[in-house]
Design a protein around this ligand. Structure first.
Ligand code: ZN
Length: 714
């Protein structure tokens, strides 16, 4: 018997020894893993984007996660009773290495993805989820946090400290920290399964975007703008189809094609490809993935005692609960539907007058809307584009940031800051008066294979006093079509608006003035507000007169054209509001309905039918490619947040418009920075807004902006 014990101990020792060796090897291999190195160079260190390699990601991530867990262990092994100083401060300070490695991970995932990296992601996804469970389910850590939280209820801490402990405690409680051991185990399993499903979902969508390219021949280009044709030709050539023209299966390619192409059958084909992503009954079909995700989410929040996912999710959002979010959406929905009817009537009239002999279908909407736009508003989007040149627009961003935030942007010295692609440019951001360094701004403007579609902003390093108040490293990423060499980048009014929007996120990062990293966190239905508000500066006279210049002649965009753009801003609001709200309402229905009753394809169809969805419009994001909701959790039951933020945006913009100095009113700008940008999450959003506006937001300005009737008594 004794022998046996010794023997089994021996095996244990052997296994343990082997693991230790493997660990040792891992450490050794990692010694020159650049992803784990301190950031060096100017600006308190910058990421070594020029040296990163896919094969370094996995070992670096594993080691960085291990390091973070060791830091947590140090906190929990402290024999002293838990205090803010010995628990919350070191907790806020931990995970620095992982943040840095994750920056590289984010670039590989969003900007330069590849089949090799997707393998790494698949391999890492269970590891990441296990790591994060080890923190969120760490009962010793939670006990200490709970102690600090409960003590603060007795003896409140100063405002920033109190806000931090409140947010941290709430997050842990929401992630199941109060669960018993058995439930915790299941909770962690669910998270791990979910994270694999999220990765699978988004990879399926990406595959479908890459797999369905429509190649046009010379005789199929009717109606398409010259710039589109050129870009389509060079994309086709890059794909080994020289002499043809590629319509890729992404929004930035599909949208203009449907707007301009005279070839109705091809429009239908491109439309079908795009809106069938993830819904093709093949290996990349996402319907089963959605079902699994919904069931797991429901099971998880049930463990925590919630009726549904939406209820759990919205408790710490500005909306607070699904009912408030639904109420807002339902207040706007009927006005949007009524407008769609008018829009379709206008379009049908154009089609009839052209003798087209058709009934408006979803793949006709953009095409005839553009004709109505030209007829009714005499606004030619291509003419507008001539005045929207990317370099000028970038200067316009800098001007706006200068006026409102007192920031100055200067290009960094060539080669002084490493980038991950030759297209990326970097600017240094300083305070205009004091010259104090604020941070860096990276811009990755062009679409490329492996880059996710759309536009987004991110930080490589955020600001916090606790972490040494280092310069912020913020980035913007777009998918403008790269022009042929020597050609200017001309963008649509919508894309210019998005450019301002994403820059708003970057300014929100750069303007942060907070003490603890947790106070950087975003409140989902609130963080879009700041960026949406910034969009409004694109159409201010100051920006127009300085930067909206013809790319060849330098002539300022004519006043009549601007007036037309402004007038046209209420145009097609039926379409835009409806396609958005359909997605937002579906998102909320998915997460307030018993998942056992959901077959996504049918559920989507039935729900839209019940809502009275017009036949001529499809959801902006159909379920099988609704990445906001199913490739992660950030926007799950959060898509309504754009509208929520729109209400705040319209209301806040009206405050600027009505102030003595208009959009450049100094007093308003000061309040903007002080209450809406700098505090990030250090202040309750509703309270911050009230301080800025002097009252809560009202829906009226939004309805006016969209040209909808303002509801009485609201
Ligand atoms: Zn945004």
């Amino acid at each position: 018997m004794k022998k046996e014990i010794i023997k089994s101990l021996g095996i244990f020792a052997l296994v343990a020894g082997f693991q230790a060796n493997a660990q040792e090897q891992n450490h050794e291999q990692n010694m020159d893993n650049i992803l784990l190195a301190e950031w060096t160079g100017p600006y308190a260190g910058v990421p070594a984007f020029d040296k990163m390699k896919v094969e370094l990601v996995k070992p670096a991530m594993l080691e960085a996660m291990e390091k973070h867990l060791a830091e947590i262990d140090e906190i929990t092994s402290n024999p002293e009773p838990a205090t803010f100083e010995n628990t919350i401060v070191p907790f806020e300070d931990s995970g620095d290495l992982l943040n840095r490695v994750f920056t590289y991970y984010g670039i590989f995932s969003s900007n330069i993805s590849s089949p090799e990296f997707r393998d790494v992601q698949r391999e890492l996804s269970p590891e990441i989820s296990e790591y994060s469970s080890k923190i969120s389910q760490n009962s010793e850590l939670f006990e200490r946090i709970k102690t600090v939280f409960e003590n603060s209820e007795e003896n409140p801490l100063p405002a920033p400290e109190q806000r931090v402990i409140d947010l941290i405690y709430e997050e842990f409680a929401m992630e199941g920290a109060n669960l018993n051991e058995e439930d915790k185990k299941r909770y962690a399993e669910i998270n791990s399964e979910l994270s694999e499903l999220y990765t699978k979902f988004s990879n399926n969508v990406l595959a479908e975007e890459e797999n369905y390219i429509v190649y046009l021949t010379e005789d199929q280009l009717s109606g398409l703008p010259e710039s589109y044709i050129k870009a389509a030709a060079s994309t086709a050539e890059a794909n080994g189809e020289a002499g043809k023209y590629a319509v890729t299966n992404t929004r930035s390619s599909m949208d203009p094609f449907l707007t301009y192409s005279d070839e109705r059958e091809l429009r239908e084909k491109v439309w079908n490809n795009y809106y069938s992503r993830g819904d093709n009954d093949d290996e990349f079909d996402n319907n089963e993935v959605i079902k699994k995700i919904l069931k797991l989410r429901d099971e998880r929040v049930e463990l925590l005692g919630y009726d549904n996912f939406a209820q759990w999710r919205l408790q710490n959002r500005m909306a607070k609960n699904p009912e408030n979010a639904m109420e807002l959406m339902e207040a706007v929905w009927p006005a949007a539907l009524a407008r769609v009817e008018e829009e379709v009537k206008d379009m049908q009239a154009v089609a009839d007058s052209e003798g087209a002999n058709i009934e408006i279908k979803p793949w006709d909407y953009r095409y005839y809307a553009e004709k109505v736009r030209k007829e009714k508003y005499d606004l030619d989007s291509e003419e507008v584009k001539e005045y929207l040149e990317l370099g000028n627009l970038t200067d316009a961003l800098f001007y706006t940031a200068g006026e409102l935030f007192n920031f100055e942007f200067q290009p960094v010295e060539e080669g002084s800051v490493p980038v991950f692609h030759e297209d990326v440019n970097v600017w240094e951001v300083t305070d205009k008066d004091s010259g104090e360094l604020i941070g860096l701004w990276y811009l990755d403007p062009f679409a490329r294979q492996g880059k996710r579609s759309g536009a987004w902003a991110t930080t490589y390093r955020s600001y916090s006093e606790l972490e040494g108040a280092k310069p912020v490293l913020a980035s913007n990423n777009s998918n403008f079509i790269k022009p042929a060499p020597g050609e200017p980048v001309l963008v649509s009014w919508d894309d210019a608006t998005t450019f301002f929007h994403e820059f708003g996120h970057a300014l929100h990062f750069l303007a942060a003035d907070i003490k603890y990293p947790t106070l950087n966190s975003g409140v989902r239905d609130y963080t879009e507000f700041q960026s949406q508000l910034l969009e409004r500066w694109l159409s201010t006279d100051e920006v127009i007169n300085r930067y909206l210049k013809h790319h060849e002649t330098g002539e300022i965009i004519p006043k009549e054209l601007v007036a037309k753009i402004k007038k046209a801003s209420t145009f097609n609001q039926g379409f835009e509001t409806t396609e958005f709200l359909a997605s937002a309402l579906m998102d909320m229905k998915y997460h307030t309905t018993d998942p056992d009753k959901i077959e996504p394809r049918e559920f989507e169809k039935e729900t839209l039918y019940e809502l009275g969805m017009p036949d001529e419009i499809v959801m902006r994001h159909r379920s099988p490619h609704f990445g906001h909701v199913f490739s992660g959790e950030g926007y799950a039951t959060g898509y309504y947040g754009y509208l929520w933020a729109d209400v705040l945006t319209s209301d806040a913009a009206e405050a600027f418009a009505e102030s003595p100095g208009g959009f450049y009113d100094e007093n308003m700008a000061e309040k903007l920075v002080k209450y809406l940008f700098a505090p990030r999450n250090a202040m309750d959003p509703a309270e911050a807004y009230r301080k800025f506006r002097g009252r809560d937001a009202k829906i009226d300005a939004l309805m006016r902006d969209r040209g909808f009737p303002v509801p009485e008594d609201k």
